[in-house]
Design a protein around this ligand. Structure first.
Ligand SMILES: C[S@@+](CC[C@H](N)C(=O)[O-])C[C@H]1O[C@@H](n2cnc3c(N)ncnc32)[C@H](O)[C@@H]1O
Length: 308
């Protein structure tokens, strides 16, 4: 499973209702990417340090050709696409995604950062329209591959677009985020572990519902080899924001708990739901808005492969 924290049986996060309100469902899944956009954006912004470190690792790989064209596959709100344009100053970066609202966020962000001439967007349904993205020296797929039913065939598609010597950076796996001590002083200790179990189940359901879904042993290095890429190593990068959190980080944690309460609450027992009610209540002295022990700790894992 991956730590993008957005899986589940989702409701429109602003109204707590299902999608009749006009948000489109995308890509054959039950996820409402438009509504998740702000959460994805904050999540990526808080991880800018990790992503920059990972991108510099790629830039420093011995023997890699100069990076002139980058594809950010499943680019979401474009935080990473802009960061890649900064780390690879000679490159044009194409943010490829199936959600128009997120591509719009990407264009706005690129313009704001003065990167509008080098960061462009491509609306594409993946993996079917992958070829429209064209070839690249670096393909970055951050928490995106697991949204494609046939991961092996999607990886083969990525490999097919890489120029000789080009790199695939796959962000999958890592460690689920932790935000609170095991015992928060009320309710049954171990809430986050229980949320993880339910999230793993909804992740599996999300995968089972994808078009053309195929079970695959997620041995990424072996799959790289199978599609003609030489594995270049795996590294995990830690996001470690200890308590007390900044306001921005705390607000993100509150958004994350609110979302998980809405999307996973029906699978939790009454006691855990009552705890989540208190945690997400801005006025509750033991809620996330007031408590001083909230932190953010997670790991993202990068798997690199090179085209011969
Ligand atoms: C979990 S988000 C990851 C966003 C970004 N890469 C990051 O790491 O912050 C997954 C992204 O993949 C896109 N996506 C999911 N399935 C897709 C598909 N079949 N075709 C195109 N885009 C897809 C969604 O719109 C969303 O922006």
């Amino acid at each position: 499973m991956s730590n993008d924290t957005v899986h589940g049986h989702h409701h429109d996060s602003s109204h707590g209702q299902r999608h009749e309100s006009g948000h489109a469902r995308h890509h054959g899944s039950d996820l409402d990417w438009d509504a998740i956009g702000p959460l994805l954006e904050k999540n990526a912004e808080l991880s800018t340090g990790q992503y920059t470190e990972a991108a510099r690792w790629i830039a420093g790989l011995p023997g890699a050709p100069e990076v002139r064209r980058v594809l950010d596959i499943g680019s979401g709100p474009g935080v990473v696409a802009c960061l890649l344009a900064e780390v690879f100053p000679e490159a044009e970066v194409v943010a490829v995604d199936g959600t128009p609202a997120l591509l719009e966020r990407t264009r706005d962000r690129a313009k704001r950062l003065g990167l509008g001439d080098r960061v462009t967007t491509l609306h594409a349904e993946l993996p079917d329209e992958l070829d429209r993205a064209g070839e690249a020296d670096l393909i970055w797929a951050g928490n995106a591959l697991h949204h494609m039913g046939d991961q092996r065939s999607a990886l083969a598609g990525f490999a097919g677009l890489l120029r000789p010597g080009g790199t695939l950076a796959l962000v999958e796996g890592g460690l689920q985020p932790r935000h609170l001590p095991r015992d928060i002083g009320f309710g049954r200790p171990g809430l986050e572990e229980r949320l993880d179990v339910i999230q793993a189940e909804t992740f599996e359901q999300m995968r089972a519902d994808l078009p053309g879904t195929k079970r695959e042993t997620e041995n990424w290095a072996a799959l790289f080899t199978a599609v003609g890429l030489a594995p270049q190593g795996t590294r995990s990068f830690l996001l470690d924001l200890p308590a007390p959190l900044t306001e921005a980080a705390r607000d993100h944690v509150i958004d994350n708990f609110t979302r998980r309460h809405e999307s996973l609450g029906e699978r939790l027992d009454a006691e855990d739901n009552a705890v989540l009610d208190r945690l997400t209540d801005p006025e509750d002295p033991a809620g996330l808005n007031r408590r001083t022990d909230t932190f953010l700790l997670l790991a993202r894992t990068f798997h690199l492969g090179r085209k011969a």
